[in-house]
Write a protein that binds this ligand. Sequence first.
Ligand SMILES: *[C@@H]1O[C@H](CO)[C@@H](O)[C@H](O)[C@H]1NC(C)=O
Ligand SMILES: *[C@@H]1O[C@H](CO)[C@@H](O)[C@H](O)[C@H]1NC(C)=O
Ligand SMILES: *[C@@H]1O[C@H](CO)[C@@H](O)[C@H](O)[C@H]1NC(C)=O
Ligand SMILES: *[C@@H]1O[C@H](CO)[C@@H](O)[C@H](O)[C@H]1NC(C)=O
Ligand SMILES: *[C@@H]1O[C@H](CO)[C@@H](O)[C@H](O)[C@H]1NC(C)=O
Ligand SMILES: *[C@@H]1O[C@H](CO)[C@@H](O)[C@H](O)[C@H]1NC(C)=O
Ligand SMILES: *[C@@H]1O[C@H](CO)[C@@H](O)[C@H](O)[C@H]1NC(C)=O
Ligand SMILES: [Zn+2]
Ligand SMILES: [Zn+2]
Length: 824
Amino acid sequence: METRRDPRQFLFFIILLLLINSPETQPPSYNTRSRYDEVIEREWTHLDILNQTRWGDFGDFRKEEEGWLNVTGLRQEDGFVWELLGGVKENMREKARSVLGDRPELSSDTKQENNMEIVRLYKNMTGYVEGEWARLSSSQVRHPADLNLSTIIPDNPFPFAEFDRNLTGVGGPVRLHLAELEGKARTDENRTVSEIQAKVVIGDHESWGDNWWEFLVHGVHYPELGSAVLTTTSDKFAGIFALPHFQLSPLLYSSSQALLNRTIHETIDRQVNRMYPIWNPWSSSVEGTNDGVLGATHCELVLYLQQYGVGFQGEQNPRSPLSNIDMDWIEHELRFPDGGRTPLRSPLTMSMVGFSPDCGFVIESKGPPDYPPSKAAHLQGLKTEEFNDQARHGVLAFAVALAVQLTFLIRQAKEAATPSTRNRISFYTIAMMALGDGFAFLALVFMHLFLGTSQLALYAIAFLALFSVILELRFLMDIWAVQVTEQMRQDRQQASTPSPPSPRPATTPTPPAQPTAPLTGDTLPLPATANRDRPSTPVIISSDQDDIMEEPPTPPANPANAPAATTPARAELGALYSRYCLLLIITFFITLQFTTVRSTARAFYFNSLCFVYVSFWVPQIYRNIMRNCRKALRWDFVAGQSIVRLLPVGYFYGVEGNVLFSKTDWKALAVLVGWVWVQMVALASQEVLGSRFFVREGWAPPAYDYHPILREDEEGDTMPIGSSSTASALEGDESTTEESALQAGESKSKGKKIFDCSICAQDIEVPVIPVGGAMEGQGLGGLTLQRRVYMVTPCRHIFHTACLEGWMRYRLQCPNCREILPPL
Ligand SMILES: *[C@@H]1O[C@H](CO)[C@@H](O)[C@H](O)[C@H]1NC(C)=O
Ligand SMILES: *[C@@H]1O[C@H](CO)[C@@H](O)[C@H](O)[C@H]1NC(C)=O
Ligand SMILES: *[C@@H]1O[C@H](CO)[C@@H](O)[C@H](O)[C@H]1NC(C)=O
Ligand SMILES: *[C@@H]1O[C@H](CO)[C@@H](O)[C@H](O)[C@H]1NC(C)=O
Ligand SMILES: *[C@@H]1O[C@H](CO)[C@@H](O)[C@H](O)[C@H]1NC(C)=O
Ligand SMILES: *[C@@H]1O[C@H](CO)[C@@H](O)[C@H](O)[C@H]1NC(C)=O
Ligand SMILES: *[C@@H]1O[C@H](CO)[C@@H](O)[C@H](O)[C@H]1NC(C)=O
Ligand SMILES: [Zn+2]
Ligand SMILES: [Zn+2]
C-alpha cells in the first residue's frame, strides 16, 4: 500500500509531455486584430492586381522600371532575383516538351502546332515521389543583406539572420507528397485546372549534419498536361497571387488566373469570417503555425513539376490489347476496386525544377538526359492507392509476425510454469521484449497520422500488440515474484540468522517480512500467493508438485497481518506497470522528438535505439553466467523471437520506399543482424559448453557447479555418495561417506566409476580422475562434454543430467535427501 505510486504524478507527467509537444497558440488580442485587418487588406489589394494584370506584365525586365508588379516580393526594390525566372521557365518548357511534344499550352505564342504526342497520364496526382536534386549552375548565392527586408517586414527582429531552407549544397534527397483532395481541391468546370498542395521534404547533403526541411507549397495542376506549378507564400513573398505569371504560356496563364481569382476570393472570405485569425492560409509551415511572426524567415520556393507518361509492361508487343486501355478506367479501378485487372505499370514519375527567388538557388531533379537512367530517374513514387496497398501488405505481414511471436511466447510461458524454471529466465530480457511490443502498439496507434488509411487494420493489429504486451507483463510478474523470493532466500542464507519480523522500508521491492519461521530450508516461501491459512512448517510433499513451492509459512497469529500479505504484492504489480508505462512513454516521446532533427543525429538515435532493443538476449546471457545455469529458454523461443523481432527492423532498414520513408541502411542492418546472431551463438554455446566457458574464472561470483570433474582424492570429499547411502550420510559423517562411496562406486578400468541414479534407477558411468591425477587418453575437451552427462548435487548425490533437470523443473530439492538445491 505504501509502495503504490501516486497516479496523479504520472498523469501530470503525461500532460506536461503533451504540453511540450503541442504547438503554441496565442489568443488574439486587440492590436493583433488591427494587424489582421491590415493583412486582409493587403490580400484584397493583391487579388485586385491578380485580377487586372495580363500575360507579360511581369518578367520582362528589358526596360528600367518595367516588368515589375506592385505585389510583395515582385517589386523592383524588394531585391529578389527574378532575372533567373526566364531561364527556369525555359528549362521547364524543355522538360515538358520532351514528354508532351509541341502542345499549344507550352509555347509562349499561341500558334497551333499539330506535333502532339499521346501520353498516358494520371489525372489525379495524389501520391508521393522521391529522388535526388542537383543544383544548377545558374544559381546565385544571396545573403540576407541583399534583400530589402526592412521595407518588407519592418518589425523583423533579426534582419541579417541567415534564412531557413537555404539549399547551399550541390545535391540532396527530395520527396514530394502531392495531394489534391476531392471536395477540398477546387477546379474549373471542365477540370482543366485544379488546386494542388504538396508537402516537400528536402535535404541538403552539404549542410551540417545533413539537415533537412519539411514544408508545404500550394499551386495549380493541369490534369490534361500532367504539369503543376506550386509556390510558397509568406509575409515577404505573395507567391500565390503571382502564380499565373510563373506559368509557361498565355493559355495556362489565363486558366490559372481564372481559377486563382475565384479560389483566393473564397479563401479570403473564409479568412474574414473566422473567429480565430488565420494569418496565412497558404502558409508553408507544416504544423500550421504562423511563420514570419515568431519563426525564422525562410527561403521561398517556386516549384515546377511535369509528370511522365505511364508505361505498361508488355506494351511493345504489337498484338497486346494494352494500347487502348483507358487511363481514366485504371484510375477509377485503383480507387474503387471492382475486381478488374489493371496492367502492370511503371511508377509515377515526375521531373522537377525548383527556384528560390530570394535565396537564388535553382535546382532540378536528377535524371535523363543529363544523368544516365541507371543512376537517377527523376522523382519516382506511387499513387496513394498503390502506396496504401503496399502499406496494407506491410501491416498484414507485421500482424503475422506478431502472431508468431505470440505463439512462441505462450509456449515459453507454458514451459516455464514452475518457479525453478522461471527463476532461470532473465527478467530484463522479457522486459525489453515487452517494451518493444509496447512501442509497436503506440506506433501503430499513431501510425494513421502518417498513413491516413487502412485504419481498421492498424487498430486490429494494435490490439494484437497490446495483447502480447499484456501477456508479457503477466509473464514478467510471475518471473519477478519468483526471483525476488529467491533473492531473499539467498540473502537470508548469507545472513544465516533469522531476522525478526520488522517493518521494511516502503520503497524496497520486497514481499512482506517473513516471520521467524524455522529455517529448515525445505520451503521456498513465496509472497503474493499466500491466500490460504495453513499450519506452518511441516513439509508435506503432496502429489501436487508445485504446491510445496508456493506455500509460505503462515504469518504469526497477528490477525492484522493476514490481509497485508497480498497488498504489497499488488502494490508491486502497480509499481511494475507504472514503471513500464513511464519508460515506454518517455521513450516514445523522445523518439518523436528525434524524428525532426538533422539526419545524422536522427540516424544515430535510431541506430542506437535499435541496437539497444535487439540486445535483448544480453541480460539472459549475463544471468546464465552469474547463476551458472544454462537451460533458461526454449530453443524455438530464442530462434523465433530473434527472427520475428528482426523482421520489422529489417523492413525499415532494408526496404526502399517503406511505410515511414526511412532511408535504407544496409550497413546498420548488417550490424544489427550480426549482433543478434552473436547473442544467439553465445546462448547456444552456453547451453552446450556450460554457461561460463567464455568467462575467466573469478570474474563471476561463485556458483555451484553441477558438473564437477570428479577426482579420486584421499579424503573422498569430492566424490559423490552412492545411492545406497542412508540418512546418516546427510550429516556429513566422514567415515560413512567414504565407506559408501567406496561401496557404491566400483573402480573400473580407464578411471571410470559406476553409480546409481535414484530417479530412473539405472547406472551412470562416470569418468573419474584417479589419485595420481593422470588423465588417460582423454583431453580436457572430451571431459567437458562427458561431464554434461551427470550432475552432482551439493549433498553429493549423483544423477543423470536429464533425470535431475526434469526433476528440478518441479522441485529444487534433492530427490534423495530433500536438501535444497541451488537453481539451475
Ligand atoms: C476584377 O476585375 C473586374 C474588372 O476587370 C472587376 O469588376 C472585379 O470586381 C474585379 N474583382 C476583384 C475580386 O477585384
Ligand atoms: C503599391 O501598392 C501600395 C498599396 O498596397 C501603394 O501604397 C503604392 O503606392 C503602390 N505602388 C505603386 C508603385 O503603385
Ligand atoms: C530598398 O527599399 C527602399 C525603399 O523602399 C529603396 O529606396 C531602396 O532602393 C531599396 N534598396 C534596394 C537595394 O533595392
Ligand atoms: C545561404 O547560405 C549561404 C552559405 O552558407 C550564405 O552565404 C547565404 O548568406 C545564405 N543566404 C541566406 C538568404 O540566408
Ligand atoms: C485523388 O485520389 C485520392 C486518393 O484516392 C482521393 O482521395 C482524391 O479525392 C482524388 N482527388 C480527386 C480530385 O479525384
Ligand atoms: C468546357 O467545355 C465546353 C465544351 O467542351 C466548352 O464549351 C467550355 O467553354 C469549356 N469551359 C471552360 C471553362 O473551358
Ligand atoms: C475575377 O473574379 C471576379 C468575380 O469575383 C470577376 O468579375 C472577374 O472577371 C474575374 N477576373 C478574371 C480575370 O477572371
Ligand atoms: Zn537417471
Ligand atoms: Zn541429496
